[in-house]
Design a protein around this ligand. Structure first.
Ligand code: TEU
Length: 552
């Protein structure tokens, strides 16, 4: 019998990046005891689920997205007992836990991979995608490109053979064509589900099936070979198999990170009848300020484009699948000063306008650590301040280009480490994250932007998020109501309705520094406003004013 219920539809999910959340043993790195010490803070915010980025044992070439042992914890983060304690402390507080499931690839330090490359007859050889190179093994088997700016193959020593790795060198892709690999993955799922974990965020899950031709692609442009490895031919079959064999036996949920998936694929992946994933992350709106989904191809932000993309996501899955709602994660730069919000004057109000714009759409909202207090980008000034493997790979490529300086400045602005600086708990030297120098620099804004200040100011962004969370929890119209975008071509306002029978919620957020009228709101009664970031509501909206009307 299928044991899955739909609790994911009522989830409000907070993402923790364990390295950067809280350092419990003062070694400069966040850890599980640190997380436990902050659970009451999450309870105060009101979230009811945590997505924990990887805590498994790992050499950390990509901060844990390279797993060397799927059944143990990276020692600097704590022990399995610490993990179990965290899980039970979360459950005690009504907070569920979803783990990051990274099974497109393992670490090159995983015993499977070590055996696979050291012995051609190893039973693990076929766990990976290993092919003979061209030119007597001196050149890679084809011209595919990976996600971190490099070719997708690495040579095994000085042999003729190469292994596929769509990310860093230390992240060899698993061969999902091999049924033994799929059984291993199922066992990993069972191991954590039996321990009481509530579900998984499935890393780059739409890359697990590859076209088996392994031929070069022409013309060779960004992400060469992507037609072979993005939403490959057996993806749906593999996901269905995991669901039927494992997931459906537990009351758990899944959210798939689906990179560059099409509208049609997104429907297939989330259609409950097909039993694949509960929801997916669609990046079309976070990519609205770049070309081709590549953040280095920067494009000026337009509110109307952002609205259209979110509207497309909502309309696409209407009555068919479930959306995930987010504006930040550990791979994205911070949303402050992005997506129409501004730094400096009106910083808080504009972050509130952005929060209201995404949080009450149809779907399950996510908040990334620090987003709720308006943490800003890190303002990196040199590559030495950056740790991320992706940024370092790109910097290597950029060093060969003219206009290097201009590109490097862009890299500092979009580097994933912008989201990974230590959480700002207070204004002490290391922001209450640690008492020793952290692994990544502390954001210089810590004197003003920190949790302590946020909690002591009733008008802070934190309390605005808390209100949105409460409102969503208490009103089924936000979960089940029909979505409709209002005035989609208006360049200054983000507005939408949610309707369930005779009940209606209308969200109107101004993205203008000027006072402006919004014709639609003339029809509405200001007595119905339940959440706002200003006290008085005139005919004109004040800069970045939000009005949420609840009409019953
Ligand atoms: O991200 C997948 C992914 O597509 C990103 O690496 C993206 O290309 C990049 O962030 C754009 O800047 C997932 C994880 O979220 C990421 O942290 C991992 O590095 C990656 O998979 C490999 O596991």
């Amino acid at each position: 019998m299928n044991k899955k219920t739909n609790w994911f539809k009522d989830a409000i999910i907070y993402q923790i990046y364990p390295r950067s959340f809280c350092d419990g043993n003062n070694d400069g790195l966040g850890d599980i005891p640190g997380i436990i010490s902050k659970l009451d803070y999450l309870k105060e915010l009101g979230v009811n689920c945590v997505w924990l980025s990887p805590v498994y044992d790992s050499p950390q070439c990509d901060n844990g997205y390279d797993i060397s042992n799927y059944r143990d914890i990276y020692p600097p983060f704590g022990t399995l007992d610490d993990f179990k304690k965290m899980l039970s402390e979360m459950h005690k507080r009504g907070i569920r836990l979803i783990m990051d499931l990274v099974v497109n690839h393992t670490s090159s330090e995983h015993v499977w991979f070590k055996s696979a490359i050291s012995d051609k007859n190893s039973p693990y050889r076929d766990y990976y995608i290993i092919r003979k190179g061209k030119k007597n093994g001196k050149k890679p088997p084809n011209n595919w490109q990976g996600f971190f700016g490099e070719g997708a193959w690495s040579r095994i020593g000085d042999s003729e053979d190469w292994y596929l790795r769509l990310f860093a060198k230390g992240q060899p892709d698993l061969n999902w064509e091999n049924p033994k690999v799929r059984e291993e993955v199922k066992d990993i799922l069972r191991y954590w589900l039996d321990m009481g974990v509530d579900g998984f965020r499935c890393d780059v899950i739409n890359l697990i099936s590859k076209k088996q031709d392994f031929k070069s692609r022409f013309p060779a442009i960004a992400l060469t070979g992507k037609d072979a490895y993005i939403t490959g031919p057996r993806l749906h079959e593999f996901l269905h198999e995991l669901n039927v064999d494992v997931l459906s036996h537990y009351d758990c949920m899944t959210v798939g990170e689906t990179v560059l998936a099409t509208k049609k694929e997104n429907i297939l992946l989330t259609d409950p009848k097909r039993e694949e994933l509960d929801m997916i992350f669609n990046f079309s709106h976070t990519d609205s300020d770049n070309f081709f989904g590549v953040k280095y191809f920067y494009r000026k932000f337009k509110l109307t484009r952002f609205k259209r993309r979110l509207n497309n996501q909502q309309e696409n899955l209407k009555g068919r699948g479930w959306n995930s709602l987010f504006i930040e994660n550990h791979d994205q730069r911070r949303s402050v000063g992005r997506f129409g919000s501004v730094l400096g004057e009106y910083e808080t109000q504009s972050s509130e306008a952005l929060a209201a714009s995404y949080f009450l759409l149809q779907g399950t909202p996510f908040i990334y650590e620090g987003q709720e207090i308006g943490m800003r980008n890190a303002e990196f000034k040199s590559l030495d301040e950056i740790d991320d493997v992706e940024s370092h790979n790109i910097a290597k490529i950029l060093s060969k280009f003219p206009f290097k300086k201009k590109f490097m400045n862009l890299l500092y602005e979009v580097s994933r480490d912008n989201a990974r600086t230590p959480m700002l708990w207070d204004d002490s030297e290391y922001a209450g994250f640690s008492i020793v120098k952290p692994w990544l620099r502390v954001n210089p804004s810590k004197d003003v932007i920190n949790v302590k200040n946020a909690l002591s100011n009733k008008d802070s962004l934190f309390y605005f998020y808390k209100k949105l969370i409460e409102f969503k929890k208490n009103n089924k119209v936000i979960r089940d109501g029909e979505f409709k975008m209002i005035a989609i071509n208006n360049p200054y306002f983000f507005a939408y309705e949610r309707t369930l029978n005779n009940e209606k919620v209308v969200v109107v957020a101004s993205f203008s520094k000027k006072e402006r009228k919004f014709a639609y709101s003339n029809k509405l009664n200001s007595n119905d406003i339940v959440i706002s970031n200003y006290e008085n509501h005139g005919e004109r909206f004040k800069p970045f004013e939000v009005r949420i009307y609840h009409i019953k």
